[in-house]
Write a protein that binds this ligand. Structure first.
Ligand SMILES: CC(C)(COP(=O)(O)OP(=O)(O)OC[C@H]1O[C@@H](n2cnc3c(N)ncnc32)[C@H](O)[C@@H]1OP(=O)(O)O)[C@@H](O)C(=O)NCCC(=O)NCCS
Length: 178
């Protein structure tokens, strides 16, 4: 497997048709709080909403640590040529059902929902995973009432794996026995 530095060089920056995906950094804290502190973005999970900027700063710290230690993690997502952060998302390495997986995250400002941005970002994430970390399944875990998150998981080619569900629904790229 590639080193964290080698992975980082491939995982950031990433350009898609419309978007620029950049590893999160400290100045993204205001955008992180604007999105993670907005009850609208936590409609299916009200307990998760950030109450203060310090919570978002702590979140961002953890995300930056992932980039340093693993070489990939969450991006701040912008339209190419525009400084406004539209959302956050990407892949993190996790253990799930006793195996290493790449968990996919996406959380965008409600003002830009429905324009295909989360799908565009997640397609890029999945393509990088397939090319650079093919041994690791890509997964999405989402609440049963989160239709948009489920739609994005399906649109990037993941399939439902009900045998891996708990209170969350599970979508996987593949799931071979270790
Ligand atoms: C999930 C989320 C990232 C999607 O962002 P987005 O940029 O609007 O996503 P896209 O536009 O790429 O695709 C959304 C798809 O969901 C569909 N959709 C929206 N609401 C839906 C619903 N209630 N049921 C089914 N499908 C739905 C849209 O029609 C669209 O599909 P289409 O392009 O085929 O029409 C965004 O809603 C969000 O940030 N939600 C809050 C955070 C969250 O729940 N994250 C997921 C945690 S697992």
């Amino acid at each position: 497997m590639s080193s964290p530095a080698e992975l980082r060089a491939s995982f950031t920056p990433v350009e898609t048709d419309r978007l620029l995906l950049l590893a999160v950094c400290e100045p993204d804290v205001d955008a992180a709080f604007a999105i993670h502190g907005n009850p609208e973005t936590y409609r299916s999970h009200p307990d998760g909403v950030a109450r203060a900027p310090a919570e978002s700063a702590a979140l961002l710290d953890g995300w930056q640590r992932e980039w340093r230690e693993v070489g990939f993690g969450f991006w701040a997502v912008r339209l190419a040529g525009d400084s406004r952060v539209l959302g956050f998302g990407g892949l993190t390495k996790r253990t799930f059902h006793e195996r290493s997986v790449l968990n996919t995250y996406y959380r965008f400002d409600p003002s830009v929902w429905g324009r295909g941005y989360a799908t565009e970002m997640a397609v890029a994430a999945r393509a990088l995973a397939r090319r650079l970390l093919p041994e690791l399944p890509v997964i999405v875990r989402t609440r049963p009432d989160n239709g948009a998150a489920q739609a994005v998981a399906t649109k990037i080619g993941l399939t439902r794996a009900p045998e891996l569900d708990d209170h969350m629904l599970t979508y996987v790229s593949h799931w071979q026995l270790p």
